[in-house]
Design a protein around this ligand. Structure first.
Ligand SMILES: *[C@@H]1O[C@H](CO)[C@@H](O)[C@H](O)[C@H]1NC(C)=O
Ligand SMILES: *[C@@H]1O[C@H](CO)[C@@H](O)[C@H](O)[C@H]1NC(C)=O
Ligand SMILES: *[C@@H]1O[C@H](CO)[C@@H](O)[C@H](O)[C@H]1NC(C)=O
Ligand SMILES: *[C@@H]1O[C@H](CO)[C@@H](O)[C@H](O)[C@H]1NC(C)=O
Length: 410
């Protein structure tokens, strides 16, 4: 008994490792197909990048008192596509900023990994998820054909010619495209187009999932959500009492609820005692541990209905993450076009998340708990204060979306 208890404790202790420490997953890595191992390396670095970016966004002054929600997957993909055309210091900063170690991975490995990721999401024949990229090129600009070909092949990019001198028209063209790809969820990605733009790279992701076990709308009630100690806001609180996978991570005093969708995707809802502590501690190994150790048991859960939207200009956080050269005079994007001085003017990101009784839609949603007293003891888990959400694919643990709900009403 003692032994069993001890080994579980050891296995459930998570050590967050920094960059540069890689798990390929098998001892016989050498005998594995190298493209498989570089795929798993890219995927593991993408997870780490997503969590690092979350921490930067959450700590940014403009995020104070706001929900945080974004798609790590979409940001990695856009920056990886950009890195195809970057050279010199600009390339090495993008590469290491994304977490890729250039002594273990080449740009071609990264391109192939994204191709495999996109082939997989395109290949499942499901309409639940769509992701991809697009490149808008000015009529008068000559991009290198090999750059465009790599984007088309590896990043599933669609290419379009536009006239960026017509800044309103070109912004509209891009916004319409993104609106179409996200089923209307993101309808104004570009506010105003800099007329000196010659190329605009887009990555998009749309996900719509039905809960494997939906909430019963008849049980949804008006409730309250505690934004902080002094502020309560009204929410529509959904409720169900079911066998649900949960885990209590004592090391970081966080309760984890696993709500699977009716496909291979899942939402993880993380209810910490102390949000700052969770945000500080979380790393990809936690997700692996929770998925492995959570156990189905009867739970009475309360999750708010909500619909949120976020918008970011990522220039500053990317610079903080070491990707400075691409924004300045020293930018080297000569892989995109020869003999022209190119630099990145903006990296913008928007995301939306709608959660209701039937499921969740993310293109990038809370209550007063009317606790039904029952004679059986059923533990209650009520998301009526700030919590984090992660939408992940169960097998690869690819983090499609990640965020923090502080106030479901804004
Ligand atoms: C990159 O990988 C090499 C070889 O495994 C390792 O020695 C080095 O420390 C890694 N660099 C970073 C920045 O993680
Ligand atoms: C994605 O799948 C669809 C239908 O299976 C196919 O027509 C399309 O060419 C694929 N897209 C890419 C970029 O592979
Ligand atoms: C978790 O909560 C308990 C009880 O409130 C507290 O004693 C403990 O220090 C907390 N653990 C951490 C790691 O903060
Ligand atoms: C989930 O999928 C199963 C089969 O894949 C189907 O029988 C069931 O009706 C689906 N449930 C919902 C809520 O769509």
């Amino acid at each position: 008994m003692m032994h069993a208890a001890l080994s579980i404790w050891i296995l459930s202790a998570v050590i967050c490792m920094g960059r540069g420490h890689h798990h390929i997953g098998h001892d016989d890595a050498a005998s594995q197909d190298t493209s498989e191992s570089s795929l798993s390396l890219v995927m593991s670095e993408n997870k780490q990048f997503g969590i690092s970016l979350y921490k930067k966004l959450a700590a940014h002054p403009s995020s104070e008192g706001k929900n945080v929600f974004f798609s790590p997957s979409s940001v990695s993909m856009a920056l990886a596509a950009l890195s195809v055309g970057a050279r010199g210091e600009t390339h090495s900063q993008l590469f290491s900023g994304l977490g890729y170690n250039s002594s273990l991975l080449t740009q071609a490995d990264v391109d192939q990994a994204f191709q495999a990721i996109l082939d997989r999401s395109n290949g499942t024949m499901n309409e639940d998820i769509s992701e991809g990229t697009a490149v808008f090129v000015d009529n008068h600009f000559k991009a290198r054909p090999e750059f465009l070909e790599t984007l088309r092949q590896s990043y599933h990019a669609e290419g379009f010619n536009v006239d960026f001198a017509q800044s309103q028209d070109s912004a509209n063209t891009i916004n319409k495209y993104v609106e179409g790809k996200t089923n209307g969820k993101i309808d104004k990605l570009v506010e105003s187009m800099d007329p000196s733009t010659v190329m605009y790279l887009i990555s998009y992701i749309y996900y719509k999932g039905k809960w494997a076990t939906p909430f019963d709308p008849k049980l949804t009630r008006d409730d309250e959500f505690a934004v902080d100690e002094n502020t309560k806001v009204p929410v529509q609180m959904m409720n169900m009492e079911e066998m649900l996978d949960t885990y209590h991570d004592q090391a970081i005093n966080t309760s984890v609820l696993h709500l699977p969708f009716n496909n291979s995707y899942s939402m993880l809802l993380l209810l910490p005692d102390d949000m700052a502590m969770l945000e500080n501690a979380i790393c990809p190994a936690h997700i692996t541990k929770w998925m492995k150790w959570m156990k189905p048991r009867m739970h009475d859960v309360y999750v708010p209905k909500f619909s949120i939207k976020s918008s970011y200009l990522l220039n500053d956080v990317l610079k903080e993450m070491g990707m400075t050269a691409m924004f300045g005079d020293s930018a080297d994007l000569s892989g995109i076009a020869d003999g022209q001085k190119l630099a990145v003017s903006e990296v913008v990101h928007q995301a939306t998340l709608d959660v209701d009784e039937g499921g969740a839609t993310a293109a990038a949603a809370t209550g007063i708990g009317i606790t039904l007293l029952s004679l059986r003891f059923v533990p209650v888990m009520k998301f009526n204060r700030p919590f984090m959400v992660v939408i992940t694919e169960r097998n690869s643990e690819n983090i499609l979306f990640m965020g923090k709900i502080i106030n479901p009403n804004i």
